[in-house]
Design a protein around this ligand. Sequence first.
Ligand code: ADP
Ligand code: DP6
Ligand code: CO
Length: 355
Amino acid sequence: MAGQEIYQASTTAPVNIAVVKYWGKRDPKLNLPTNSSISVTLSQSDLRTHTTAACSSKFPSEDTLLLNSSPQDTSGARTQACFRELRSLRSALEASDFSLPKISSLPLRIVSENNFPTAAGLASSAAGFAALVRAIADLYQLPASPTELSRIARQGSGSACRSLFGGYVAWQMGTKDDGSDSLAVEVAPASHWPTMRALILVVSAEKKGVSSTSGMQITVATSELFQRRAEVVVPKHMSEMEEAIKAKDFEKFGKVTMMESNSFHSVCSDTFPPIFYLNDVSKAAIRVVEDINKKAGKIIAAYTFDAGPNAVIYYEEENTAAVAGVVKGALEGLDGWQSREIESQDAGNLDARAV
Ligand code: ADP
Ligand code: DP6
Ligand code: CO
């Protein structure tokens, strides 16, 4: 039995921004999606979650989670599913190697910080649950692959499964009822397309009115457009996006990214009652990107919006002045926006260390 020691591990995880969006669950309990998705993992040098997981017999018997210094409820099914899966892997390890301290049943204490707005459509649940799962896996010294961890992180928040990898990542929806094949896989590493850049426009750091979890639930229940999106639009965008990434074809990548974002937000408007994540500044950003592409005579910039008003604009390094410079200049006059330029290269190599 473990004594009074405190066992501890810390890790960081990056956000990922989908270019083919996940929106809809076929099984809300296991968090299985109605469609596959693809994202780009952003560099950890800017937007990231830092999480420390600790366990000890000295801790109060309840598992605890402190997010940005405020206590969170850990009794929810999604957090519990992650804890349960990780504990059971540790317990199997302990059963096969008696020299390991028996820590799988000790209370967990998780402390997490996001260095960017939480619940504002910048994928905090993605970085948050990827970091949580990875920190506990490190604490338990599990020999688990990123794909295996992605299956667990998916149960915390769907988009989190993609933050276990850097670069270009697909979440394959899978076909099995138990979710064992609903996993993230790498499409290409960040080094495959090192000139890719992302500009983040923080239009609002406010918590969104409708969370992703409840928004997609209402969409699935009420939108007529949704079925066509899941069955026809997304499968087409998935194969086009994989081709665009493999060929480093920015025009194709950009077109699918923008059409995907538009399709997703159309389905949100088609939800009853309608969900509006974009605001006037978001729409102004779309117009600026359109003008930039018109002037260039080709697609050199691509906008995308998750479930919130904040824009992410992808472009290639050589077009930095024509894209990032122009976007900032054009929006500077508008109230209430900030921009953070971040590089999407060398993304997602989780900096895991036991302390
Ligand atoms: P977002 O667009 O930021 O992903 P969501 O509505 O999908 O917004 O999820 C926000 C929720 O994710 C938060 O209310 C919180 O429950 C959870 N979350 C965010 N960051 C973390 C974190 N670092 N650790 C654990 N859970 C987190
Ligand atoms: C619009 O992964 O946050 O960002 O699984 O309910 O936690 P839950 O939802 P979440 O949804 C993300 C939706 C999205 C698109 C995407 O990231 O693919
Ligand atoms: Co989220």
